[in-house]
Write a protein that binds this ligand. Sequence first.
Ligand code: SF4
Length: 406
Amino acid sequence: MSMNQTPRASRTHIAIFGRRNVGKSSVINSLTNQTISLVSKIPGTTTDPVFKSMEILPLGPVVLIDTAGIDDVGELGELRVERTYDIINKTDIGLIIFDINQDDFKYEKDLIKEFKKRQKPYLMVVNKIDTVSMDKDFSNVFKDKILRVSATTKEGIEDLKNEIGTTLKIEEEKFMIVGDLLNPGDIVVLVTPIDKAAPKGRLILPQQQTIRDILESDAIAVVTKEFELRETLDKLGTKPKLVITDSQVFLKVSADTPKDIMLTSFSILFARNKGDLEELVKGAKAIEKLESGDKILVSEGCTHHRQSDDIGTVKIPRWLRQHTGKDFEFVYSSGYSFPKDMSDIKLVIHCGACMLNKSEMMYRISQVVAKEIPIVNYGVLIAYVQGIFERALDPFPLAKMIYEEE
Ligand code: SF4
């Protein structure tokens, strides 16, 4: 990956769903102006999901996912259908494509149900409008707006792109890093320690992404180290709206930041951006109810190289032991698979999920919450055991209220 490429987890994932031979692959090709997946008149040509990273104007960097036909038959077909449903978890927006000539809509209705269950946005798209002489009305079949396209003549494709953009914008606003807390012209001070753990010659991705979000909100980003924070605040001559710090130096930064300036940490911002902050705060509070010997699942989004003081296997067990005075049994999962059986798990601790997109992380949280198991992530757990919630949740009244509830 070149330095300027957008990591896959940060790209918008757009997946195309529908029966075999409704023209899913052709719609992708029309959206992208390229031939990127197998298109054939033989039903079922796309067998497994096909992922392709690309830029689509005006949507920007995306991952397009072409899925197998949802009406695929036979034993292998069922497996493909299961995989196709799994893709919904990774999807930021789904396009459910159907053929204007079809008159049975069972599979499309099943897909809509799956999207609703997972609270994922989708658009209904009727393809092949060039093959009929009279337009058809589907308002008695679907409650959703139907977008009309022809992948062959490209009619309706620009409207489809615009609709995808509008839907994504609404979704994105729910998941901003910090922009929703800011007004144009606000000043935000970012505290980024430059120590041995910092990578050479650059800021880490969460710091870069936060600066970008501040700039996109027409606010002003000021970056400093923890030792220069006091001087920075003095020299600014005006109060910043917010100070954001690395959690390692939270206590020092909190002491140096006047109480009437909001302060939070990158890890809290990203816990909110990648997941559901309120659920994660509930998960942190559940630590107090753990008993010695309880089983805790530590789940990581990738199989990264473990260092000797690895956070998941060494630091977190140690911090929990120190905080509670109890010993627990830890079990681990990593990578794209997320365990379905959690029958005797008392707490799930998830990593920061930098390699997973927010859709996947939201799905994981909802799966765990549905089993009535508390879930917390590394960032929120660290903030909790460090005792910094009191102040770091100030910008998020709902999460703070949950924290303060008995
Ligand atoms: S935080 Fe990122 S690098 Fe670390 S385990 Fe999770 S996905 Fe992998």
